[in-house]
Design a protein around this ligand. Structure first.
Ligand SMILES: C[S@@+](CC[C@H](N)C(=O)[O-])C[C@H]1O[C@@H](n2cnc3c(N)ncnc32)[C@H](O)[C@@H]1O
Length: 449
């Protein structure tokens, strides 16, 4: 029934995924919704069940617009939230056909019968899923005529990307619907990239270099099965994201501020770059705990003096800043429009007004951070966004507001002091410069003159 031995019952997987889907539809991010599903489950959830539910929920979100359209077309009235969620995650499984259709329908009906909120609708669940199986060959081309369904993004999101990047919009859409690559950052304090690639080869794992310290596994696998991950020899980090700490030009003895630090991917990376004094500030106390676990796994405190501080970089007195930082990494809160392939829920969680609101927040935080920089110090502004309001325009306005902010050319970009990296993958071997596989980011570097 469940494909592989020891696989959790599919009905349990569907129920957990449906719970997360329901929360997502009321505005909670999918990762957070999955965490809540695990925390509020009546009994401890086995890691295999949690992983399977995550997979099923993510798969459904990758087809969210199609699923909504199918339910609207095949049911006379919209189902209750709990019933709709169960149908949605089951439809997601039928759409990708990775499991036997009969097993998905059978287990979805079984799941419906197990819960008081869905029990009365088990017949409806059965009927709707079977209708989809009978009609999908006709229905699919018809529903996919709607671009929102085909691209799985809200109309306003599609329009904004087309307006901002008319030449590359279709390539961005294609890439953002594809499953994300698994990219690692090799801890340079532990080994070279070549040594780590050899280690992978010895373990029979195919991989290639896609950036300075970035290695892509040909087939993604759980972190527990990645050689050296538990010991901090490598970390999971997109090759574009790796550029931020690299481009900050951190050297031993410097005082560095990692502003907006959780979950700490770049904090740990900064500690790999030099024996520095590092303040990592994060406003969200719960997320800040993840910085500590990243630092512990990579033994970052062996080299760097690190303070992890729960505080608001917009009000620096809240975190007792050092007297003049040599470097500030400002990885600002943003729409995250550059990392949709990793977080397919993002376009469905944002509202059009969020772009301007986040741009205002970014400007306010940047203005609060700039005075904390020592003379000749550098601030790198980073967002994982491809919207110009958060990127190029933000950097231009910042330079206009601060007469002592001198734009500095970024490494690997000739004379440009800012780079908009669009999500991309090129089929060439990495030969230095920009990574060959990366998500979407904007970077701008300023020096205090
Ligand atoms: C893009 S994420 C940072 C990712 C992180 N630098 C990394 O590489 O793992 C932005 C973070 O900024 C935090 N944040 C938002 N507003 C903040 C503020 N005013 N002060 C400090 N942190 C803030 C968010 O909670 C979020 O964790």
């Amino acid at each position: 029934m469940n494909g592989t031995p020891n696989a959790p019952p599919l009905a349990d997987v569907l129920r957990l995924a449906a719970f997360a889907w329901m929360r997502l539809r009321t505005g909670t991010s999918l990762d957070r919704a999955l965490d809540v599903a695990l925390q509020t489950a009546s009994a401890p959830v086995h890691p295999r069940l949690a992983a399977a539910a995550k997979d099923v929920a993510y798969n459904a979100v990758r087809h969210l617009a199609l699923i909504d359209a199918v339910i609207a077309r095949l049911s006379a009235r919209s189902p209750d939230a709990a019933v709709g969620a169960l149908v949605a995650v089951a439809l997601g499984q039928l759409i990708v056909s990775r499991r036997a259709d009969y097993a998905v329908v059978d287990q979805a009906v079984h799941a419906a019968k197990q819960d008081v909120s869905t029990r009365a609708a088990s017949g409806f669940v059965n009927a709707l899923l079977r209708r989809w199986l009978r009609q999908h060959d006709d229905l699919l081309p018809d529903l996919e005529r709607d671009e929102v369904v085909r691209l799985n993004m809200p109309r306003w999101w599609i329009d904004r990307i087309r307006a901002a990047h008319p030449q590359c919009a279709e390539a961005i859409f294609d890439l953002q619907r594809a499953p994300p690559p698994l990219v690692l950052r090799v801890n340079r304090r532990r080994s070279t990239v070549a040594e780590y690639l050899e280690r992978l080869a010895r373990a029979g794992i195919e991989a290639s270099r896609v950036g300075g310290y970035a290695v892509r596994l040909r087939i993604p696998r759980p972190v527990a099965a990645i050689p050296g991950f538990g010991d901090g020899d490598v970390s999971v980090q997109d090759a574009g994201a790796q550029l931020a700490a690299e481009w900050l030009d951190v050297r031993g003895g410097m005082r560095v501020l990692d502003a907006c630090a959780a979950p700490g991917g770049k904090t740990a990376q900064l500690a790999e770059l030099g024996d520095i004094e590092l303040d990592a500030v994060e406003i969200d106390a719960q997320r800040a705990t993840r910085i500590e676990s990243n630092l512990a796994r990579t033994s970052a405190r062996e080299h760097a003096r690190i303070r992890v501080i729960v505080g608001d970089v917009g009000t620096p007195q809240s975190f007792a800043p050092a007297a003049g930082y040599d470097r500030i990494l400002f990885d600002a809160p943003c729409t995250a429009s550059g990392i949709v392939r990793r977080h397919p829920d993002i376009p469905w969680l944002r509202r059009p007004a969020d772009v301007a609101q986040l741009a205002t927040l970014q400007a306010r935080l940047a203005d609060a951070l700039w005075p904390l920089l020592a003379p000749a110090g550098r601030l790198l502004y980073v967002v994982c966004s491809i919207f110009p309001e958060e990127g190029e325009r933000q950097a231009e306005r910042f330079a206009r507001r601060w007469a002592d902010a001198r734009p500095v050319p970024l490494p690997a970009s000739g004379t440009q002091a800012s780079v908009q990296l669009l999500p991309g993958e090129v089929a060439q071997t990495y030969g230095g410069g920009l990574p060959t596989v990366h998500d979407g980011f904007f970077f701008a570097l300023f020096e205090k003159s």
